[in-house]
Design a protein around this ligand. Structure first.
Ligand code: RIB
Length: 300
């Protein structure tokens, strides 16, 4: 099975700060690093490091060539990415506070320059049995979902970052939705739950709304859940590591869950593997370079 990640690629400018800057405040940072990121590129990196056959199709300026080099070093095929002198690579201004929590400001750059013709050409390389993974950092997500679904690809959607445009997407076409606490509650139209019962209720609501879609809910410290189409619920607790930087944790989880499943693991095992991979990732700085390789996760 081949994975196609059609998604964003960003130059992450990561400022270490005492606290996330407040309105009207000027704050000196404790350090700045420039990292490779973007939810799409990160998820491709996670799949590559997990040993999967994965293609990353992004759109960027030539200033992002070093990120494609890094993706290739993780085993990702980047030959379907589109690079041009006329656009600049997406940028993310990231603050990471002393507890490792982050906030992110995006400038889309090439991520929002996809044309329908670009998407048709990329999808032309894939067919039934392949899987497409999409997030919400590029334009034309609905078109990509519709075309990919019509071509017989399994559609995986991580509707992040979450905004009002998500409700206009053809979510029923998604085979699998990866959502966090806030995204799942927003989609379900309820407030963010605080406990296990609340998360199971949210999944139940989403299961009724999208009966043909599997829901994977990452609930931060509260663990992760999978609601399958037959309504079976699986759960895995978080795997606790010291938190250095949470950037890309969700992307690591997504890539490793899909890789584990492709390797024949059931949902509960896949949740456990993905939780461990995400735990290792948050114990290091950065996004894709912080992600573990398969051997670090399996302990082999
Ligand atoms: O999910 C983390 C990513 O979100 C960062 O790498 C940043 O680029 C933003 O896209």
């Amino acid at each position: 099975m081949r994975f196609l990640v059609l998604g964003s690629i960003n130059i992450d400018m990561t400022f270490r700060v005492d606290h996330i800057v407040r309105g009207g405040e000027t704050l000196s940072s404790d350090g700045l690093s420039v990292n490779a990121g973007g939810k799409g590129a990160n998820q491709a990196a996670a799949l590559g490091k997990a040993g999967m056959e994965v293609y990353f199709a992004g759109k960027m300026g030539t200033d992002g060539a070093w990120i494609l080099d890094m993706l290739r070093s993780f085993g990702v095929d980047t030959s379907l990415s589109i690079s041009s002198d006329d656009i600049h690579t997406g940028q993310a201004l990231i603050q990471v506070d002393k507890a490792g929590q982050n906030c992110i400001l995006l400038n889309a750059g090439g991520n929002k320059e996809f044309t329908r013709s670009d998407i048709d050409k990329i999808l032309g390389h894939f067919s039934k049995g392949d899987t497409i993974i999409l997030q919400n950092e590029i334009n034309e997500v609905a078109y990509a979902m519709e075309r990919a679904s019509a071509a017989g690809l399994a559609v995986i959607l991580n509707p992040s970052p979450f905004d009002l445009a998500i409700s206009a997407l053809p979510l029923h076409l998604a085979d699998t939705l990866f959502v966090n606490e806030v995204e799942s509650a927003s989609l379900a139209g309820v407030s963010v739950p605080a406990d296990d019962e609340g998360f199971r209720t949210v999944m139940d609501i989403l299961g009724n709304m999208y009966p043909d879609t599997r829901i994977i809910l990452t609930a931060g410290k509260n663990g992760a859940y999978c609601l399958e189409k037959n309504r079976k619920v699986s759960f895995a607790p978080i795997v606790d590591y010291p938190v250095v930087d949470t950037t890309g944790a969700g992307d690591t989880f997504c890539g490793y869950f899909l890789a584990a499943e492709a390797a024949g693991k059931d949902a509960e095992e896949a949740l456990c593997i993905a939780s461990k991979a995400a735990g290792i990732a948050v114990s290091r700085s950065g996004a894709m370079q912080a992600m573990p390789w398969a051997g670090e996760v399996s302990g082999e």
